[in-house]
Design a protein around this ligand. Structure first.
Ligand code: PLP
Length: 401
């Protein structure tokens, strides 16, 4: 028996959605099977007419995958969920299942690189008009949504500059324009921000990030109302095949069990590191949503219960100084990934955000000195020591030159 949705998040993360077999196993069972058999031809027929519920084929559904979907839906407070092979498959399925030629999409400019490509390049190929706005500026949303639209896509906090979008205000404008609102909630995780309670219609995740959080598997999730998931997403999902592997679903169920513990610890360290970096003379600026110097602090603290696990900072001295700092770190490793138990540093201008071009980077404030730090689970004092040593090396070299 699945447990009730009235339990608190920490309980749902561990026990939500579990369906035990006749063997009474403690842990979630891993159904590593592509298909299913029927007791009779009549049972198969009844399954296909929808008269009875029976798993058919793991592209449509699988018991381990279903446990993950139910657990994620419980945590999010959503009616229903479908999980996908990657986060991008989730974003793509949410968009393409809802849209058709002649439709119009409005999106915040500060999107994950591949989401930006879908909106700027892929959708227009299919006759869908798209328009980007500065997600922080409600006047730009108001102007773009003064005309009818079908879908709004946004990310808050954004990658990498942690821009915050006013979810409720944009949802009100979007709904008045006839659009559904899709929120990429990866940076906030399912624990720190609840977009569905703030007016969003659909929430998408890359489970690759905090939900696995241990660098093992790719995954994605789409959450929304029962009717939309069943009537809009499910036919697209079933027939185009972005399904998640049962093995990956099983690992992600295990990842969820510790999500609250990991996210809480990483958030605490991130806030400490943000303050530590802000006090260093080698750093020209720090971005962290709940710090007093974040330009949208009030909105961030109203929408989120914590500032998150990501700290963005600008090293004075541009690309050369940023690279020297990254190369001097020993504990924090250079990677383009995030949301991991291991702390990871990214230089967005030359990696994740290289392809969007210098002009778009300038518009987003991604300068050559900007480093994105995904704070992990190491002891925060060791992380501070590592960053301090790298910054000191920078100072010594700079002074010697
Ligand atoms: C990583 C990420 C994605 C894409 O997820 P994948 O699992 O890599 O496909 C989408 N949006 C955001 C904000 C991300 O960080």
């Amino acid at each position: 028996m699945a447990i009730s949705s009235t339990y608190r998040p920490a309980t749902l993360l561990v026990q939500g959605g579990i369906e035990r077999t006749q063997f009474g196993e403690t842990a979630e069972a891993l159904f590593l099977t592509s298909g299913f058999v029927y007791d009779s031809a009549e049972q198969a027929e009844a399954t296909f007419t929808g008269a009875i519920k029976h798993f058919q084929y793991s592209r449509f559904g699988n018991p381990t995958v279903t446990m993950l979907e139910e657990r994620l839906a419980l945590i999010e407070g959503a009616d229903a969920c479908r999980v996908t092979a990657t986060g991008m498959a989730a974003v793509n399925a949410a968009l393409l299942s809802h849209l058709k030629a002649g439709d119009r999409v409005v999106a915040s400019r500060a999107l994950f690189g591949s989401c930006h490509w879908i909106v700027s390049t892929l959708l227009p190929r299919y006759g869908i008009a798209t328009e980007f706005v500065d997600g922080r500026d409600l006047d730009q949303w108001r102007a773009a949504l003064a005309r009818p639209a079908n879908l709004v896509l946004l990310e808050s906090p954004s990658n990498p500059m942690l821009e915050i979008v006013d979810l409720q205000a944009v949802a009100d404008l979007a709904h008045a324009a006839g659009a559904i609102v899709v929120v990429d909630n990866v940076f906030a995780t399912p624990l720190l921000q609840k977009p569905l309670q703030l007016g969003a219609d659909v929430v998408v995740y890359s489970c690759t990030k905090h939900i696995d959080g241990q660098g093992r598997v790719l995954g994605g999730a789409v959450l929304g109302r029962q009717k939309w998931i069943e009537e809009t997403l499910q036919p697209f999902f079933r027939n185009t095949g972005p399904a998640m592997s049962p093995f990956n679903a099983w690992l992600l169920l295990k990842g969820l069990e510790t999500l609250a513990l990991r996210v809480d610890a990483a958030c605490r360290s991130a806030a400490t590191i943000a303050d530590f970096l802000a006090a260093r003379p080698e750093i020209s600026r720090v971005w962290y949503p709940t710090r007093a110097d974040h330009p949208q602090r009030e909105l961030a603290t109203a929408q989120m219960t914590s500032g998150g696990t990501m700290v963005i900072f600008e090293v004075a001295g541009g690309k050369d100084a940023a690279f020297r700092m990254m190369n001097a770190m020993r504990l924090v490793r250079v990677s383009n990934n995030l949301g991991d138990s291991k702390s990871l540093a990214t230089h967005p201008a030359t990696t994740t955000h290289m392809r969007i071009g210098a002009e778009e980077r300038a518009r987003l404030g991604i300068t050559d000195g900007v480093i994105r730090l995904s704070v992990g689970l190491e002891d925060v004092e060791d992380l501070k020591d590592d960053l301090a040593a790298a910054l000191s090396a920078l100072g010594t070299r700079a002074a010697a030159e």
